[in-house]
Design a protein. Sequence first.
Length: 321
Amino acid sequence: MDVHAAVVHSFDAPPRYEPFDLPAPTDEDQELIDVLAVGLHPRVRTGASGSHYTSTGKLPMVPGVDGVGRREDGRLVYFVADDGLAGSMATRTVIDCRRSIPLPDGADAVKIAAAMNPAMSSWVALRRRVPIEAGQSVLILGATGNAGQMAVQVAKRLGAGRVVGAGRDRARLAALPGIGADATVALTDDADATAADLAKEAAEVDLVIDYLWGKPASDAIMALLRARTDRSRALDWIQIGSMAGPTIELPSAALRSANFRLQGNGQGAVSTRAYLEQLPSLVAEIESGGIAVTAAPVPLADVESAWNAPEVPGVRTVLVS
């Protein structure tokens, strides 16, 4: 079978484009498809470095957690890679059909490959994990990252009455009102000033979507709880990413002195089936332009240079076959 893939031979080096011996489908739920587009997401990078919590440590491996492909009958599908199969960064791959959804005729494969992974975290969080109610307010912690920017749009599309975006990149903070943010907070090295700004703009939010964790999260939790007018009113904190660190220090009083509910959203917290049930509506939003994305297509054969290239803020690299 003539297949080329991005192959990881060392967790300390980028993948190389080379021939790959792809195993054939082993049961009726598996299918061989042509891969059209695969997003180079942060989740893909952590998997390829062996640092993601789902990593098995086995090499060689083909990275890639999702993608857009074409079935033998010509139909397009969006698929989520099975942990037990090769990843999606290949010219062809085997998918578990139960982890795929059909796409509309003429769907933009590159745009969908770029947007689905970063958008689905907040989409599933606000539709499945803690379903948002119309008019509720949301704080996006880490709103200047790609997933955070999409979360601002997602929250608005799902009915948030007020969205506050918090992040470190001031240029990207300044752009957030243009995609739906009602207020922004700069996360700075001045802890007291940052806490005061968070208290001013976000003390009364109903939900927090957190892509940072680490010290920014622990500081923000305490800043919000201390400033909250009614501590018995629920504050749902949805932990999704850990860009600022894998752990936090949190006083036990934070959990006893307020109606503060902390939970995660990711692989394991929500079943694959539950994720997939939410994706057709997300595809519709992306296709209609309700959730905007900027994609930069790069040939899969150039994966090594794309891997090493500096990331452009607000742009998602997509490898195309």
